[in-house]
Design a protein around this ligand. Sequence first.
Ligand SMILES: Cc1cc2nc3c(=O)[nH]c(=O)nc-3n(C[C@H](O)[C@H](O)[C@H](O)COP(=O)(O)OP(=O)(O)OC[C@H]3O[C@@H](n4cnc5c(N)ncnc54)[C@H](O)[C@@H]3O)c2cc1C
Length: 575
Amino acid sequence: MSDYLHSGISLYLDKLIDWDTYFRLKKGDDADVQSEQEALGTVLETMAEICSNLEAQCREEWDLAPTLVDGKVIRPARIERAVSEFREAGLVGLGVEEEYGGFGMPSFICNIFLEMMSRADAGLMTIMGLQTGVAEDIEQFGSKELCERYLPGFTTGEYEGAMDLTEAQAGSDLGGIVTKATERDGKIFLNGQKIFITNGNAEIHMVLARDADNFDETKGSTKGLSLYLCPMVLPDGSENPMYVERLEHKLGIHGSPTAVMQYDDAEAFLVGVKGDGLKAMLELMNNARLGVASQGLGIAEAALTEAINYSRERKQFGFPIGDQPLMKSMLARMTLQVEGSRALLYRSTGLSDRTRAQEVKLAREGESMPAAEKEALMAVIKRNKIRVRLLTPLVKYLCSECCDSVTRQAIQVHGGIGFMAESTVGKLHLDGIITTIYEGTSEIQVSFALKEIGKGGLHIVFEEIEAELSAMTDEPRKALAERVRQGIASINEASGALLKDFNYALFSARHLSDTAICVIVSAELLKQAGESPERMDLAAGWIEWKMPELEMHAQRIREGAGTRIEQFESIIKLA
Ligand SMILES: Cc1cc2nc3c(=O)[nH]c(=O)nc-3n(C[C@H](O)[C@H](O)[C@H](O)COP(=O)(O)OP(=O)(O)OC[C@H]3O[C@@H](n4cnc5c(N)ncnc54)[C@H](O)[C@@H]3O)c2cc1C
């Protein structure tokens, strides 16, 4: 079996995800859970085999990038080869429901696919990742007509997708969007320019644009933005006036086309409710954030493997460098970062899937359910959605920062050879940086997390964690769980200092996110250790490393030192 399908994945597939509950919620009480679970295992094996086989060519041709020839994007051979292998194996449109020809595959599986793909070629992942995200957004918010017209193309691989938000003046702040949507003779036309659009050559673009009828009143805010599906070719077969104007040259993810898109009266179709486009786009962005988290994890995993292999081969002072205590410390921390990120990511995708399956059950059986049962199910869904809204920015932040840090340390493990232009870990580092920027920068993720914490999200997440920790009555998990509970108490106490001053809260958003992550990951790693005792050192190592950090962050927050902002302003002035 390929090492792409390792024990970190099979532990969740075989033990930690409750597939019985998932499939019964999704398909009803007579679901054949065993066959469904076996099918997921087979799909993962196929994914692992194809992705690991692609790795060598992807590394070799890493710097070959798409070109723009007569307005058409020509992708490098390795990307075309990979995309057609995925198509031939039926690995496209996986998340799309069976009604439209997809597999209705759980987000947990779709994201592991993205993780494996990124381990081979991070640029390739952006192409396939958008396919699923865009299709699912059309499915959730598009009209029946749009679903029937476009979704089957996503499941055959005929269509690829792009999401077009960013404009020169509107990056993190989408309120700055000025691409205009004008209604004429019952049709909608887009005019404007989008920049940094991944997969700009895609057949289907999801464009966030400002409606002309309240353009001036809403300008500068996210009100008045609607989401439009804009196809390169219109239903009557004519070409839509939308163009890839330029392709960017980048530091990494070279296989991914990043385009400037021009819309010159391009016809588009409304998705979801007019003026409520951000809501539909946020759904797509949340999917994409989990995708980028998976991308970060996959790249970090690749760098860690390279670093460990090198540390065993390279000898200095008569011994492999991996035998040096300082190297052991670095490699162990890199492993903890990767496994900690995996723990939060799989917990998040597992929770997303369970919540989605609960919604499917509600839609299927809600009418005939006893009122009390229906009310209870709705309450569970509501609480789970709050948890997902908090975990998503946290996991995107954690996995992408882990990627940046682990790939950098992998260069350090390689010494001088790591700094050479052809170094694999150097390439992985350059690929990894973008994960902390697109789909919302790390600063934006921790600000989103703070917003969710302010609305009570952390309390609801901790409620579930506390219950899990209390159930750990075996040693050494019991003692470790107790330490984590003390961490929760410290966070609860410290976060009071944030209520007084919003600016200070924003200033502390990273500290607060780090403390929340520390607790959630600790609980998840302890759960892993409960099923797989060889992971006990991993859980203990994380807790012993991170709990003192939690106390330090909590202490910084508790100080409530609003004056530190002024102090920092004064420091910056010295630069
Ligand atoms: C390779 C690549 C592919 C991309 N693909 C797509 C795509 O497919 N579709 C798409 O629409 N966009 C895409 N983007 C755009 C990407 O999402 C934006 O670059 C990103 O959201 C940041 O926006 P910006 O570049 O304008 O930076 P800015 O928003 O100008 O941010 C600059 C810095 O200021 C910080 N900052 C900004 N606001 C705040 C705040 N409120 N609090 C704290 N710090 C803040 C940021 O964290 C960052 O460090 C892509 C970008 C790249 C580079």
